[in-house]
Design a binder for this molecule. Structure first.
Ligand code: PLP
Length: 455
């Protein structure tokens, strides 16, 4: 925006006067104002001056069908006309919720018993925490309540979800994490692998460290472990080979539940329906959101095993009700849009499409490894990032004061691609799944020009 955006009554000026922005340096925003996005089509969005951008992050890793998919718009209109709202409390139900629950259970990576609907990834993960506690109380294990998450993991911003998130800015001065939420090491081989340690040895060490944490806390106090198959907001960290196999062996040994946070990886991002399939995870509980409805309306879900559901049933008998749920749990309009999203995934063979175009995406990423600013390239399916470093040889990161990621982001934006610097100077790409090979090329051409400018 222009330096004079405060003048007059521009949208930008009205924004700065009226709106609080998430994940924004608020003092900088007061001075510089917003980028206002006015419309979108396919993988593109347009700002209020008419400038076109490739949405390289699919919004917030979510608009899998891009912008303006008429089928999804129609699904919302039709459901709105028929029944614009109903709830799921006290045994009420609607067809879109029933159909969507069946669909999710049908495509799930393991056999789950039931699905529960919420409105966001954060609510899904807060729900997961409550279900784990509820379940262990049902089993008569009141001490087995601690949840282990990972440094750099991202699980959302509500009180329990932000506690599980392993990024300091989400805790600092928010008085988090809450008690009973612990963090184990981040499995980032490039950063934390030791000299001479192979990727598999590193994965073994990560599993050993998890085991040590469980033992030092006492296995009878540890209830669950939560992980994203690929860490997204923590920097797009792809797990080292054999990591989840080794982690799950430890969890099994101490009767600790495995929770897969599929909020980003779910619905095709890694080239399979679920990141759990790509990385051999067998979750007891799964949370998903974002691409569930291609983000056209807010909806998220939690799926649980039969064992956990039976615990919930016995609790509801004991207390008279399963006293959890949101006004909008199973809202029929987002549920109808999500159902149509799931159908479109099949009708248009989106998984096959992702597998077909992914090699181009991965090759273009791989080619960036030689760039003077790039320390590491990480990618899988249609998600990836380059980690910018001040010194390629020593892997030294930029001083945060340098704002390398922010500068690269601005340069890329200038070139017409929206990326984001996540967890430091990691420039992420996670485009709509419908992206074509030639669009991938155009996206990377712009991304590279931005990197060159920032160098
Ligand atoms: N879990 C993961 C892996 C996420 O990436 C996110 C959001 O980016 C969340 C949870 C939180 O979702 P929401 O922002 O919808 O609350």
């Amino acid at each position: 925006s222009s330096p004079s955006f405060f003048e007059g009554n521009s949208l930008a000026a009205r924004d700065a006067k009226s709106l609080i922005h998430s994940y924004t340096n608020l003092s900088q925003h007061e001075k510089e104002g917003p980028l206002i996005i006015e419309k979108g089509k396919g993988i593109h969005v347009f700002d209020d001056s008419g400038k076109e951008y490739i949405e390289g992050l699919a919004g917030l890793w979510c608009t899998s069908f891009g912008f303006g998919e008429q089928e999804l718009i129609n699904a919302a209109i039709e459901q709105m006309q028929k029944l614009p709202y109903y709830h799921s409390f006290a045994s009420k139900s609607t067809e879109p919720g029933i159909r969507l629950a069946e669909k999710l259970l049908d495509i799930a990576p393991v056999e789950f018993s039931k699905a529960f609907f919420v409105n966001s990834g954060s609510e899904a993960n807060d729900t997961v925490v409550k279900l784990v506690w509820y379940y262990n109380n049902a089993l008569g294990r009141p001490k087995k309540k601690k949840i282990i998450a990972r440094m750099k993991g991202y699980h959302g911003v509500t009180v329990a979800a932000a506690s599980m998130t392993g990024l300091p800015p989400l805790h600092n001065d928010f008085d988090l994490p809450i008690q009973g939420i612990l963090h184990t090491s981040c499995p980032h081989y490039y950063r934390f692998g030791k000299d001479g340690e192979s990727e598999e040895e590193f994965a073994s060490r990560m599993a050993d460290e998890l085991e040590q944490l469980i033992l030092s806390e006492g296995p009878d106090t540890v209830a669950a472990f939560i992980a994203e198959p690929i860490m997204g907001a923590g920097g797009v960290i792809v797990p080292p080979a054999t990591y989840f196999e080794k982690i799950q062996a430890v969890l099994k040994k101490y009767d600790v539940l495995m929770i897969a946070d599929e909020v980003i990886c779910g619905f095709g991002r890694t080239g399979q329906m679920w990141g759990s399939q790509t990385f051999h995870i067998k979750p007891d509980i799964l949370s998903c959101a974002k691409a569930l409805s291609s983000a056209y309306l807010p909806i998220a879900a939690v799926m649980v095993s039969e064992d956990i559901f039976r615990g919930m049933v016995s609790q509801s008998e004991k207390h008279g009700a399963f006293a959890h749920g949101y006004t909008y749990s199973g809202h029929p309009v987002p549920a109808a849009v999500a159902m149509r999203t799931m159908e479109l995934m099949e009708e248009r063979n989106i998984l096959e499409h992702v597998r077909n175009v992914s090699p181009r995406f991965l090759n273009r990423f791989a080619a960036l490894a030689d760039h003077p600013l790039v320390g590491e390239v990480r990618s899988c399916g249609l998600i990836g990032a380059v980690e910018l470093v001040a010194d390629k040889k020593t892997k030294r990161s930029f001083d945060p004061k340098h704002k390398a990621g922010h500068l690269a982001y601005l340069a890329m934006q200038d070139e017409g691609v929206i990326s984001r610097a996540v967890a430091g100077d990691n420039m992420a790409l996670c485009p709509p799944l419908i992206i074509t090979e030639s669009e991938i090329d155009e996206m990377f051409d712009r991304f590279e020009r931005g990197l060159d400018k920032a160098a």
